[in-house]
Design a protein around this ligand. Structure first.
Ligand SMILES: C[S@@+](CC[C@H](N)C(=O)[O-])C[C@H]1O[C@@H](n2cnc3c(N)ncnc32)[C@H](O)[C@@H]1O
Length: 241
């Protein structure tokens, strides 16, 4: 079945802040795959990384799960039957679709929770996914969340952290943004859609540099962090305790 096409920003008009409401939930699979270069590859690799790192008797967390694409990938990658997958999102419309999707795809065994990820106490975790979610938290609250994740990971556990980043200098940032916008044009978005979506996200999605992410991971006690994926201004990192 083809997913409904994202046309949310194709009419000129006043643009409010971006929210994960029912209109976004309806078109989200199309929106994210045409907006995040490499999204499908990242989801596939979450399945692979889960198969490598999930440990028997542990919990796996998908924080900011949206429609559950990463949770379903984790379920597919799991080889242990005694693990729990806990998927959390604070947007009711997204979570409702996530439950619907996992039923349709016959991916049982995922516990979907409507909650703020800042209120989740992680424990006995072997794989934690933050796939393009940390960027929506106020910057000053990011370290506390990562610290909680680090404390909740069991030895050998991993955090998969994917983020939109900003360039280290204004010039580097402009180059990354130009490539990302060219990608969006190639995916069929018009200049109007690109610029209106950008305005909508401006106050709610606050990217940081790769250096800032790596430094924070070290500061909260992750011993290793590696970039395993980058396309333009989108990166994914594996961090280990
Ligand atoms: C870009 S989407 C994440 C995409 C998703 N992880 C995937 O792989 O398809 C960001 C999600 O994070 C959720 N979110 C943002 N802040 C949150 C918070 N404080 N607590 C829970 N969910 C949050 C939003 O509702 C949204 O569904």
């Amino acid at each position: 079945m083809t997913e409904p096409r994202d046309r949310l920003f194709d009419h000129p008009g006043p643009v409010g802040d971006f929210v994960f409401d029912a209109a976004v939930a309806r078109v989200f699979p199309d929106m994210i795959s045409r907006s995040v270069p490499g999204y499908a590859a990242i989801i596939n690799m979450i399945e692979l990384l889960t198969s490598m790192h999930a440990q028997a008797g542990t919990q796996l967390y998908d924080l900011g799960c949206s429609l559950g694409a990463a949770s379903i990938a984790m379920a597919r990658g799991l080889t242990h039957s005694d693990c729990r997958i806990i998927a959390v999102d604070n947007a009711p419309a997204m979570l409702e679709k996530a439950r619907e999707h996992s039923r349709k795809l016959d991916a049982p065994g995922i516990d979907f929770h409507l909650a703020d990820i800042r209120d989740v106490a992680l424990e006995n975790a072997s794989v934690v996914v933050l796939n393009f979610t940390l960027q929506f938290l106020p910057r000053e609250e990011r370290a506390r969340l990562l610290q909680g994740i680090r404390e909740g990971l069991s030895p050998g556990g991993i955090l998969i952290l994917s983020e939109k980043i900003s360039g280290e200098t204004p010039r580097a940032d402009a180059a990354l943004v130009a490539m990302h916008h060219a990608f969006k044009r190639q995916q069929g978005y018009s200049d109007l859609e690109i610029s209106q979506k950008r305005s909508a996200l401006e106050r709610v999605l606050q990217p940081e540099t790769l250096d800032a992410h790596m430094q924070r991971l070290r500061d909260v006690g992750f011993n290793q962090a590696h970039v395993w994926f980058q396309c333009f201004n989108f990166v994914s990192i594996v961090a280990r305790v």
